[in-house]
Design a protein around this ligand. Structure first.
Ligand SMILES: NC(=O)c1ccc[n+]([C@@H]2O[C@H](COP(=O)([O-])OP(=O)(O)OC[C@H]3O[C@@H](n4cnc5c(N)ncnc54)[C@H](O)[C@@H]3O)[C@@H](O)[C@H]2O)c1
Ligand SMILES: [Zn+2]
Ligand SMILES: [Zn+2]
Length: 347
């Protein structure tokens, strides 16, 4: 089959590789119908994720059709159309039982293994471990584009942003960073009853997208964000400040924007230390949360998609044939120029 192979920092190719088969009784193999590229894949290609070894097939999001099953798989059939999520769950370890498959102990202690510790989904076929406790059947009448982003960005924005941030009816929420993940937090923030969502980004096209995705106000990061937010909130600040960039500056912004008693929910993956201004924060009774997505809300999000309450297909700005993977990487890596959010690759 053909697949996107990582050959070390800065190097990738669309190569012929061996077809995967089920190697464990709990595996299935899917033919990949639709997949996408994540910002994390770009981080891997920069060499930021040294646990990814050269030779690894990348990708951790897909909709696929089951073509082979291990002997222990009884509740899934060949021909089933399934969402393959970024996080693998054995369903049995202490963390999976606590609804925290992000730290599944059966797959090495971190639930994100596709395109990381095992071969991923940017390929014609993919081996899916612990399939029965990891994949989700796609409801009938729902398209691949409608569910593909439930593999990663949508549950990330919802779980690590909105739910960790304890967004409740009437809250004023700031989302700093309006990339796919920040937009997912905006999309799901309204579901949790946010009365007003303020988006902050430094790129105009992203601010425009934030408005399309439901932000009430969009502020350029180059403006005096603190003053604008103070003005919009009667001087109090926001109930929940969601960080969706991953740099020290935006985390520190969130800590300034939050009002007493509020929550800072960090989603960003950080590569450098941020300063925690406890000298200002201690007296504000704030909560700071952070974490890796679990994907435990995917069944809920699937229902909301099926019933037309959210439309994640709007994240798809560009489509490619699977074989045009390298062209899709070029567009995604230069997202500002192409005004790209997510690229969709289909067979
Ligand atoms: N916690 C998790 O489980 C998890 C899962 C997936 C992604 N992430 C992380 O979430 C973050 C966002 O992901 P994404 O795919 O949306 O990334 P992205 O790079 O596509 O989007 C980031 C956005 O932030 C904006 N930005 C950059 N610097 C800024 C600044 N100083 N002020 C305001 N805005 C600024 C950019 O213009 C862009 O629109 C990343 O750090 C990613 O690694 C975390
Ligand atoms: Zn991802
Ligand atoms: Zn587990």
């Amino acid at each position: 089959m053909k697949a996107l192979v990582y050959h070390g920092p800065g190097q990738k190719s669309w190569d012929s590789v061996a077809d995967p088969g089920p190697t464990e009784p709990t595996d299935v193999v899917v033919q990949v119908d639709t997949t996408t590229i994540c910002g994390t894949d770009l981080h891997i290609l920069k060499g930021d994720v040294p646990t990814v070894e050269p030779g690894r097939l990348l990708g951790h999001e897909a909709v696929g059709t089951i073509v082979a099953r291990g002997s222990a798989v009884t509740s899934l059939d060949d021909g089933d159309r399934v969402l393959v999520p970024a996080i693998t769950s054995c369903g049995r370890c202490a963390y999976c039982k606590r609804q925290m498959p992000s730290h599944c102990q059966a797959v090495g202690g971190v639930g994100w293994i596709f395109g990381h510790l095992i071969d991923g989904t940017q390929a014609e076929y993919a081996r899916v471990p612990f399939a029965e406790t990891s994949v989700h059947r796609v409801p009938e009448g729902v398209s691949d584009e409608q569910v593909l982003f439930l593999a990663d960005i949508l549950p990330t924005g919802y779980e690590v942003g909105v739910r960790n941030g304890r967004v409740k009816p009437g809250d004023v929420v700031a989302v700093v960073g309006a990339g796919p993940v920040g937009l997912a937090a905006i999309m799901t923030g309204h579901l949790s009853g946010a009365s007003r969502i303020i988006a902050v980004d430094r790129v105009q096209s992203r601010l425009d997208k934030a408005k399309e995705f439901g932000a009430d106000v969009a502020i350029d990061a180059g403006d005096d964000v603190d003053a604008r937010v103070a003005e919009l909130t009667g001087g109090l600040g926001v109930d929940v400040a969601i960080e969706a960039v991953g740099v020290p500056q935006t985390f520190e912004t969130c800590c300034r924007l939050v009002r007493p008693g509020g929550v800072v929910a960090n989603i960003g993956v950080h590569g450098a230390p941020a300063t925690l201004h406890l000298e200002e924060l201690w007296i504000k009774n704030v909560t700071i949360t952070t974490g890796l997505v679990d994907g435990t809300t995917v069944p809920t999000l699937l229902q909301l998609v099926r019933d037309g309450r959210i439309g994640p297909e709007r994240f798809a700005t560009h489509s490619f044939d699977l074989a045009d993977m390298l062209a899709a990487y070029d567009v995604f890596a230069d997202a500002d120029k192409h005004e790209a959010l997510k690229v969709v690759l289909r067979r």
